[in-house]
Ligand binder design. Sequence first.
Ligand code: TYM
Length: 330
Amino acid sequence: MTRILSGIKPTGNLTLGNYIGALKHFKDFQEQGEVFIFIADLHALTLPIDPEVLRQNTRDLAAFYLASGLDPEKTTIFVQSAVPQHAELNAILQNYLYMGELSRMTQFKEKSAHMKDSAIGLGLFAYPVLMASDIVLYDADIVPVGEDQVQHVEITRDLVNRMNKRYGEKTLVLPNYKINKVGARIMSLSDPTVKMSKSDPKGDIFLKDPVEVIRKKIMSAVTDSGSEIYYDKENKPGVSNLLTIYASLKEISIEEAVAHFQGYRYGDFKKEIAQTVIDELEPFQKRYQEILASGSYLEVLRKGAKKASQIAEKTLKRVQNAVGLLDTDE
Ligand code: TYM
């Protein structure tokens, strides 16, 4: 059966970008194969984070996963650090990705750009190794992500090919990334030439934002000169971003979204986008709050980690054996 795996880092506040690019679609995979969705808490340590904030973000993310429609009967939902095989496989795989290729990763370059060498942790540099471990541990065939994570899946493929060439074709399963046709890269509302990200409060819509804050943020989104509504990422990045948000939430094409807004003025256009986002997020927030208050996610995470660990252990053993580590139980 096809294996599908993805994860989100519990850093900062989840954004509408995370929702549209990843979270919203995870549930659709439940009918297509065996799904593993995890909370990448070890990855959250790659930049400084307050321990209590990390713990709360982890609870939030568990509740968000369930609120998004993931069914724990169908999807294995777990916390990365509760499955020790991630770190164990990481310790092996780190020897097969190299300094040169790791230093060329866009995410590393962006995140470390304003940091002194003396403040950049090894984990930030070696991030793709742990991410590759996450993916290959479950023999994942498909990895649904937003555009910014594609490079990390590609380096995972390089690693898999390298390992399989050296240790045999069946050592690791080669994964493919899957990005949405519409909404793989949602841009900041205040500067639509940069990606919406958890660390940019100005141009972001956070999944926990109160409805009125969401409305305000969208109403004050940067639009472009002119008054016509059409899709042109180069010359109309603001309008194009709002059209993308609309199309992905309504699950229609960009062309259909453009046709819908023919003859609209910017003000009414934004009003309708805001209402669309609110119609999507308001019930989602309600479900999230109920789940968080009930504490039901804890049992889901415990069961998920147990199941994940059983599967992960098999892959770990296979790799340990392939590279020549002696199994004293045999
Ligand atoms: P993270 O936590 O940064 O983001 C979670 C998911 O949201 C997508 N995303 C976006 N999509 C569209 N527009 C945006 N503005 C936007 N911002 C973020 C991301 O592409 C991602 O799919 N390294 C991963 C977590 C991870 C992982 C994995 C994912 C760790 N191990 C294994 C897949 C498989 C990350 O930091 O995502």
